[in-house]
Design a protein. Structure first.
Ligand SMILES: *Cc1c(COP(=O)(O)O)cnc(C)c1O
Length: 229
């Protein structure tokens, strides 16, 4: 299957999932391009994709130079504090804000450039496996803390990853939990931040995530095929 056909197929399935969802939300597709070679990324761009997700700072730095400036780069993986300075001018949104030290650094680097950085707070919804992300219990306090103390960060929502399940239906409970947390977060006093995005759903489970209220899905394998590490 070609990249173009894969994208068309995924967009169709996204549309169908939206019809089944009771939230009538808009959903954005981010093409996850980690390890993906230039040629395939160009194919995705030609098929209309303007949002690329990467998990490594080095790859963003390299690819940023090679692609048109209209591309929006999303940092979706663990971000080391000492690397924030390399991407602060390049990324559209950081999906993996998961700790105070990182928030502090993002705020500092954004302030130096007189900008505000859009971020999502990463929540560890499965509470196991991956160590990254705020716990469900602490996530809302963390959101409020950032909004109070880091004026150059604009929180735009939450991000989460369900554990991989052979039977993707089993991921649904994680997404309903995230949706509930997201709705609670909207009721907080957030200053200049706003809770507009719920970034949940990957190749294996994006349809279920959309049914449960996702507004951003991050799809890699489904578009580009298996990754070669
Ligand atoms: C790799 C990755 C994805 C995409 O995973 P696929 O299963 O290939 O769609 C999405 N989100 C994050 C955070 C990732 O690291």
């Amino acid at each position: 299957m070609s990249v173009e056909k894969n994208i068309a197929e995924i967009k169709k399935k996204m549309e169908e999932a939206k019809q089944r969802s009771r939230y009538h939300q808009d959903v954005k597709l981010i093409a996850v391009t980690k390890t993906v070679e230039h040629e395939k990324m160009i194919q995705a761009y030609r098929a209309g994709i303007l949002d690329f997700g990467e998990n490594r700072v080095q790859e963003i730095q390299k690819k940023y130079e090679l692609f048109p400036k209209e591309i929006r780069w999303h940092l979706i993986g663990t971000l080391q504090t000492n690397k924030v300075k390399y991407i602060i001018d390049k990324v559209h949104m950081i999906h993996s804000l998961d700790r105070d030290s990182l928030a502090k650094e993002i705020d500092k680097r954004a302030r130096e450039r007189s900008k505000s950085m859009d971020c999502l707070v990463q929540v560890n919804i499965s509470q196991e496996g991956s160590k990254h992300g705020q716990t469900k219990e602490e996530a809302l306090d963390f959101v409020e803390h950032i909004c109070r103390f880091y004026p150059n960060i604009r929180i735009r929502g939450l991000m989460g990853m369900a554990p991989f399940e052979e039977d993707s239906e089993k991921t649904r409970c994680y997404f309903t939990d995230m949706k509930q947390l997201f709705e609670e977060a909207k009721t907080l006093n957030l200053g200049n931040s706003e809770m507009s995005h719920l970034s949940i759903g990957m190749t294996n489970d994006y349809e279920i995530a959309i049914e449960e209220g996702s507004t951003i899905v991050r799809v890699g394998t489904g578009i580009f095929g298996r990754r070669n590490y």
